[in-house]
Design a protein around this ligand. Structure first.
Ligand code: AMP
Ligand code: MN
Ligand code: MN
Ligand code: MN
Length: 284
């Protein structure tokens, strides 16, 4: 088997908070030269069969994927799972529990935004939701941009949807050890997503990486649409220090919103173990 030259192992479809269908993403990935792809919707694997078929139709190799929301040290951390059995019952149950609070949380977000003079945000966000089980802050952000409250989604998050801001509703997601276990027990590899996004203190970051490893986590995203070149170098060092495999993924959500397109990423540093080398038996 030839080694993949341009893997992209992180993106979102209309089944979570992306704006393209799995088929549209597969075509775009292929057009951009991706030769190993994974769709990693938030807390949801129901589009995996479609993504797998779409990748095959494009002649592109595929790894199953998911991005699990986790609460660690009172903050939200994302754990990507790759190469698992997407029909695994324990994984499905864990993801269903993780998704559970999203509905009530969204209603409360709408109530809080109404109190600061933005009525109808819950109903507005719902118009952007492709999967009723998965309403996310991104859908609110799209509504607030469309209705002219903010210029772009980045501004919405900065002003309304992040910790301490009026539309932010704290939420308890899955536990780190559970998320890693659901993925690994279904035959996959767990990967810490975009670590630079968490802005943890060195102590908390060290705890995240060591606990993740103790639970059986094996990878970290080094090259991602969420990292600068400097951050990629920093997390390449963390991969070496913690003996983790390295992953690469754009985190593409939408042609209108994402800075980095599918397949348009820098290569991984050559000395790191690429996460897909642990998953050759799981490739479709
Ligand atoms: P949720 O799972 O509902 O908390 O929504 C999280 C999603 O919001 C992430 O997966 C991103 O797609 C999006 N997001 C988070 N922070 C930002 C930001 N600062 N700018 C744009 N999108 C963001
Ligand atoms: Mn997202
Ligand atoms: Mn994420
Ligand atoms: Mn993501």
């Amino acid at each position: 088997m030839t080694f993949p030259q341009n893997p992209d192992l992180h993106c979102h479809s209309t089944t979570s908070d992306g704006t393209l269908t799995p088929e549209e993403l597969a075509a775009r990935a292929k057009a951009n030269g991706v030769d190993l792809w994974a769709l990693t919707d938030h807390d949801e694997v129901s589009a995996q069969q479609r993504a797998l078929a779409a990748a095959a139709a494009q002649g592109m190799r595929y790894l199953t994927g998911v991005e699990v929301s986790v609460t660690f040290a009172d903050a939200t951390v994302h754990i990507v799972g790759l190469g698992f059995d997407h029909t695994d019952a324990r994984l499905a149950e864990g993801l269903a529990d993780t998704r559970d609070g999203r509905g009530p949380r969204a209603i409360e977000m709408g109530e809080q935004l109404a109190k600061v003079g933005i009525p109808g945000a819950y109903e507005g966000a719902l118009k952007y939701v492709g999967n009723p089980r998965l309403i996310s802050r991104t859908h609110f952000a799209r509504f607030l941009v469309e209705s002219g409250v903010c210029r772009d989604t980045a501004e919405v998050f900065r002003k309304y949807l992040t910790e301490g801001k009026p539309g932010f509703v704290p939420h308890r997601w899955a536990r780190l050890g559970d998320a890693v276990k659901w993925i690994t027990q279904a035959g996959g590899v767990a990967v810490i997503a975009h670590p630079a996004r968490y802005h943890f203190s060195p102590t908390v970051e060290y705890a995240l990486f060591s606990e993740f490893r103790q639970h059986g986590g094996q990878g970290v995203e080094v090259v991602t649409g969420s990292h600068s070149a400097q951050e990629a170098r920093r997390y390449a060092d963390m991969a070496r220090e913690f003996d983790l495999a390295a992953s690469r993924g754009s985190d593409f959500h939408s042609p209108d919103e994402s800075h980095i397109d599918l397949g348009k990423l820098a290569p991984l540093p050559a000395d790191l173990t690429p996460v897909w080398s642990l998953l050759t038996a799981r490739m479709h």
